[in-house]
Structure formats: structure tokens, C-alpha cells
Design a binder for this molecule. Structure first.
Ligand code: 5GP
Ligand code: MG
Ligand code: MG
Length: 183
């Protein structure tokens, strides 16, 4: 049996792997500059941020350390409710640390505002956010995102860490799914 090619499930590509790689390189330069001489801790949100974290770290020229959180957000359907549960907490004490949250995508911003509130209570020296993708709704939330890879239209996308039912994270491009996938 031939291996199924998951790219056949895609409708249209929003960002190619080359576009993503170029943009990650630019973000890495900005982060390098902004955190020069500081001891940066990057906090990735599992599982979606796995690709952006690994590419960002390798594109950076200065020291950084990494830790991960896993959270689940309860919501009806495809929208998040802002009610969030921590499934895996940090192993690092972030008090007095310079912390950068690394996210795959911000949609409503509810998940992120919970996370910011939670991490701020641990009294880091600074707390900023980097997200690879941002949707229009996120612009109306109170969460201040310092670094944004791309603003994208309000469509459900997969690839580059982003999943549908746990799948498609391994796609290099970022794309919408063909209607037959949802059936
Ligand atoms: P928010 O709380 O900002 O509405 O939700 C953010 C989370 O919802 C993201 O971390 C991601 O897990 C999921 N999400 C939002 N939009 C998309 C999308 O277009 N595709 C995928 N695969 N996940 C999304
Ligand atoms: Mg995420
Ligand atoms: Mg998901």
C-alpha cells in the first residue's frame, strides 16, 4: 500500500515553508537584538508551538533556555472559552526571569490572556509574547503581542505545528483543509 500523501487533504496554502522560514529568521534577529545581554527563557505552549520554537531557537545567535507548558482550553466547538486548565506546568522558577511566551497561533486571545495572567503572578522580570500566526479577532483582545509572524484571515489552518484532531502538525506549509476532511 502506498503511503497516503496528506498534502492531498489541503485546500489552499496560506504560507509556504519558505515564507515561514524567512519570517522566523527575521523574528529571531529581533529577539536577539531585544534581549541582548539578558538571560532569556522561552516558554513554549505544547503541542502547537513545537515547530516555531525549534526553528526560532536555531535561528537565534545568542543564548536562550527553553521550558514548556501544556494547557487545555475548554470551549464549545472550535472556539475557545478562556477557561483553561494546566496539564503540564513549567519546571523552571520564572521569578525575576526574562520570559518570552512562544505560541503557534492567537485566535480569540482568551487562552493567551489566561496564560499571561497566570505567569505574571509568578513575578517574572519581564513577560512578552511571540506568536507565529494571529487572526483578526486577536486584535480586539487586551493581550499585547510583541512579536507576530503573520496576520492571517479568519480561517482554520493546519501545518507547521497546527493540528486538526491531532493530525497535520507535520506539514511544512500552512494551509486550509479541503471540505472532504471535515466529513
Ligand atoms: P484562542 O484562545 O486564541 O482563541 O485559541 C488559541 C488556540 O486555538 C491556539 O493555540 C490553537 O491551539 C487553536 N487554534 C486557533 N486557531 C486555529 C487554527 O486556525 N488552526 C488550528 N489548528 N488551531 C487553531
Ligand atoms: Mg497554541
Ligand atoms: Mg489544536
Amino acid at each position: 500500500m502506498d503511503a497516503a500523501d496528506i498534502s492531498q487533504d489541503l485546500e489552499h496554502v496560506l504560507k509556504t515553508s519558505d515564507e515561514v522560514a524567512t519570517r522566523v529568521g527575521e523574528l529571531a534577529q529581533q529577539v536577539d537584538t531585544d534581549y541582548a545581554g539578558r538571560d532569556l527563557l522561552m516558554v513554549g505552549v505544547l503541542n502547537g508551538a513545537m515547530m516555531v520554537m525549534s526553528d526560532l531557537m536555531r535561528a537565534m545567535k545568542s543564548h536562550c533556555t527553553v521550558d514548556w507548558m501544556a494547557i487545555s482550553s475548554y470551549g464549545s466547538g472550535t472556539r475557545s472559552s478562556g477557561v483553561v486548565r494546566i496539564l503540564k506546568d513549567l519546571t523552571t522558577d520564572i521569578s525575576q526571569r526574562d520570559v518570552l511566551i512562544v505560541e503557534d497561533i492567537v485566535d480569540t486571545g482568551l487562552t493567551l490572556s489566561y496564560l499571561v495572567q497566570n505567569l505574571k503572578s509568578r513575578e517574572p522580570a519581564s513577560l512578552e509574547i511571540l506568536t507565529m500566526f494571529r487572526k483578526p479577532d486577536a486584535l480586539t483582545t487586551s493581550v499585547d503581542v510583541r512579536y507576530v509572524g503573520f496576520d492571517i484571515p479568519n480561517e482554520f489552518v493546519v501545518g507547521y505545528g497546527l493540528d486538526f484532531a491531532g493530525r497535520y502538525r507535520n506539514l511544512r506549509d500552512v494551509a486550509t483543509l479541503a471540505p472532504h476532511v471535515y466529513k
